[in-house]
Write a protein that binds this ligand. Structure first.
Ligand code: G6P
Ligand code: MG
Length: 224
């Protein structure tokens, strides 16, 4: 029985995945590394420092930067990203998300956030939806980032719900893998081919398809 829905944030609740893309692209280009959308898919769901390390490897320059210089680069990206975030407003919540959150509340389903982003709480505030969330898993509180299941398990633990009673919602390959490894039901939204390849239990083209009754039926059909 579904008792909780645990959300990823960037690219699921709002289009911040695009803002991450812009900020990383500018950072990569500033150090002469090519950056395109296909490569960007590999960064979705991945922590800030892991993303930077992947970018440097992609550019073949991973060994040319000290840890201190890497921290400077990551900070530079984050400052640009935070500058983009200040424009976020409730209107930027993806269509269907508010309706879905309201339906979950009405059915007494717990709501959690399992984002790798340290900017997660600020983004929920900009969007004015913090109060919907019963818990937010702190990415600093887990050792292993996605695709490891840790952050989804942490959110479930904080909610006091068993993983098999949770639905996880993600837009990234690493995130779907994390939900599956956590033994939760995985819903993928966004790039349909990527979500299919990642092995989501249910693939939705966009967030308007997050309809509580239908999701519950799909979950029950898989469990029984
Ligand atoms: C999410 C995004 C990633 C981002 C990570 C860390 O998982 O999908 O693209 O790198 O969070 O975000 P932060 O805001 O802490 O740099
Ligand atoms: Mg995401």
């Amino acid at each position: 029985m579904v008792k909780a829905v645990i959300f990823d944030l960037d690219g699921v609740i709002t289009d911040t995945a695009e803002l991450h893309y812009q900020a990383w692209k500018n950072l990569a280009n500033s150090i002469a590394i090519d950056f395109n959308r296909e490569f960007n898919e590999e960064l979705k769901g991945i922590s800030r420092m892991d993303s930077l390390n992947k970018i440097l490897q992609h550019g073949g320059v991973a060994d040319q930067y000290t840890e201190e210089e890497k921290l400077e680069l990551a900070t530079k990206k984050n400052e640009e990203y935070k500058g983009l975030l200040i424009h976020l407003k409730p209107e930027n919540i993806y269509p269907g998300i508010k309706e879905f959150l309201n339906a979950l509340k009405q059915s007494n389903i717990k709501i959690g956030l399992a984002s790798a982003s340290k900017n997660g709480p600020a983004i929920l505030d900009y969007l004015q939806i913090t109060d919907y969330f019963d818990t937010i898993a702190d990415p600093d509180s887990v050792i292993n980032g996605k695709p490891a299941p840790d952050i989804f398990l942490k959110a479930a633990e904080q909610l006091g719900v068993s993983p098999q009673d949770c639905i996880g919602v993600e837009d990234s390959e690493a995130g779907i893998e994390a939900i599956q490894s956590a033994n939760m039901y995985a819903v993928g939204v966004g790039t349909v081919e990527v979500m299919r390849k990642a092995g989501a239990d249910l693939v939705l083209a966009d967030t308007t398809e997050l309809v509580w009754d239908q999701l519950q039926e799909a979950f029950t059909a898989k469990v029984n």
